[in-house]
Design a protein around this ligand. Structure first.
Ligand code: WQD
Length: 340
C-alpha cells in the first residue's frame, strides 16, 4: 500500500489524519519535532487503529536532515504537510520565527519531492488567506487578501511557492486545503487538541473553563453586525477535516485531479456565533459556562464560513458531524485529559 509521510503528524489535525489514513490501509511515516505536540499521541493513534506509525523526530529546518530522510524513505508516494507554527498572536511578535519555520521547511520538502518520479502533496492551508471576505459564503475564487498576520502570510506565500513549483514540475501534483475552524476530538477520546499554555482558540478555552482550569471565558466583543453581536466562524469537526485529507490525497494518487495545483475550502458551510458555540457546549455538557463580554480582539474578522460546493462536488466529500458532536467530543476529551 502507498507509503505516506505526514509532517506534524503528532499534532491536532495531523494525528486525526494519521488515524484516517491507517484506517484506509495507508502505510504512514510521521515526522514531528515535538515542539507543539507530545510523543504520547503515538500511543493514542495506536490505541485507536492497532497500528503504530513509523515516527522520526526531525526539525524540518534541518535541510540535511530532510535530505537524509528522503534518501532513506525514497518510496514515499505522498506527503501531507501539517508541520508549521500556527499561533496568530505569536506570529505578530515573532515574524522571523514564522517565516523560517513555515516557509524554509516547505521549500526543503518540495526540493526532495521534485526528485521523485512522481509525488502527491497535500498542503495545510487556512481560510485566513481570505481575510474578511467581501462575499459570504466564501468560495475558492474569493480574492486572497492582505494577510492579517505573519502566520496568515506564511499560508499565502506557501500556496504561491507550491503553485510555482507545480508549474515547472510535471511529476508533482498538489492540493491546498483551506481549513475553516477545526474543533473537537476523536470520539474514542484517545487523541484530541493539546494546546500548550493558555489556549488562544475558542473551543479549548471553553472546555478548560468548563472543567475549572480557567476562571472565566472572555468573549471578545458583542458589538459586531451579526445575529447576536458576536463573531461568526465555520466550526468543522476535526474528524471530518481529517477524512477530507485522505479523500484529497486519493484524488491525486488516482490522477482524478483536474490540474496539478488545486485548492479546496474545508468547512461545514454553516456559520456559528461565539454565543451559539457556548450554548452548544452548555447543552452537551450540562455545565453552565462562566463567561463575560469584553472588548474586541485586534485582527478578528466579523464573519467567515465556507461555500462547500467545490469540495462536495469535486472531492465527493462533505461534513457529517455537527457543532454539538464536535463540542461533545471536545468536552469528553477535556475530561479524559484532566482525569475527570
Ligand atoms: C474564534 C472566535 C474570537 C477565544 C484562528 C486562525 C485560524 C486557525 C484557527 C490555525 C473569534 C472568539 C476566541 C477566546 C473569544 N488557526 N474568541 N474568546 O481567530 O477564527 O482562527 O484559529 O490554523 O487560521 O486565524 O479562531 O478560535 O481564535 O476565535 O471570544 O478566548 O472566538 O474572537 O470570534 P480564529 P479562534
Amino acid at each position: 500500500m502507498n507509503k505516506i509521510l505526514v509532517t506534524g503528524g503528532l499534532g491536532f489535525i495531523g494525528s486525526h489524519t494519521v488515524v484516517e489514513l491507517q484506517t484506509k490501509g495507508y502505510e504512514v511515516v510521521i515526522i514531528d519535532d515535538l515542539s507543539n505536540s507530545s510523543i504520547e499521541v503515538l500511543d493514542g493513534i495506536t490505541a485507536i487503529t492497532g497500528k503504530t506509525p513509523v515516527f522520526e523526530k526531525l526539525d524540518l529546518k534541518d535541510k540535511s536532515g530532510v535530505e537524509a530522510f528522503f534518501a532513506k524513505h525514497n518510496d514515499i508516494k505522498g506527503v501531507i504537510h501539517f508541520a508549521a507554527s500556527k499561533a496568530v498572536g505569536e506570529s505578530v511578535k515573532e515574524p522571523l520565527l514564522y517565516y523560517e519555520n513555515n516557509i524554509s521547511t516547505l521549500v526543503y520538502i518540495l526540493k526532495e519531492l521534485k526528485k521523485l518520479p512522481e509525488a502527491s502533496f497535500i498542503f495545510s492551508s487556512s481560510c485566513t488567506v481570505y481575510g474578511q471576505a467581501d462575499e459570504l459564503p466564501i468560495t475558492e475564487n474569493a480574492p486572497v487578501k492582505q494577510a492579517e498576520s505573519p502566520y496568515g502570510n506564511t499560508k499565502q506565500i506557501g500556496e504561491e511557492i507550491i503553485k510555482d513549483t507545480c508549474k515547472i514540475s510535471p511529476n508533482l501534483k498538489a492540493i491546498a486545503l483551506r481549513y475553516f475552524n477545526p474543533i473537537g476530538a476523536h470520539d474514542s477520546a484517545k487523541i484530541g487538541e493539546l494546546p500548550i499554555g493558555v489556549p488562544q482558540n475558542l473551543v479549548p478555552f471553553i472546555t478548560q473553563t468548563g472543567i475549572g482550569i480557567r476562571e472565566e471565558l472572555s468573549v471578545f466583543g458583542d458589538d459586531y453586525p451579526t445575529s447576536d453581536g458576536t463573531c461568526v466562524r465555520d466550526y468543522i469537526h476535526v474528524v471530518d477535516l481529517a477524512k477530507a485529507h485522505v479523500v484529497a490525497l486519493n484524488r491525486l494518487l488516482t490522477n482524478k485531479n483536474k490540474s496539478n495545483y488545486e485548492t479546496f475550502n474545508l468547512g461545514t458551510g454553516k456559520g456559528s456565533t461565539v454565543l451559539e458555540v457556548i450554548k452548544a457546549f452548555e447543552k452537551v455538557s450540562g455545565v453552565k459556562l462562566n463567561y463575560k463580554i469584553v472588548g474586541r480582539r485586534a485582527g478578528d474578522i466579523i464573519s467567515a464560513y465556507a461555500d462547500t460546493t467545490k469540495a462536495n462536488e469535486e472531492l465527493g466529500w462533505k461534513t457529517e458531524l455537527s457543532l454539538e458532536d464536535a463540542m461533545r467530543s471536545a468536552w469528553k476529551w477535556e475530561q479524559v485529559v484532566r482525569g475527570k
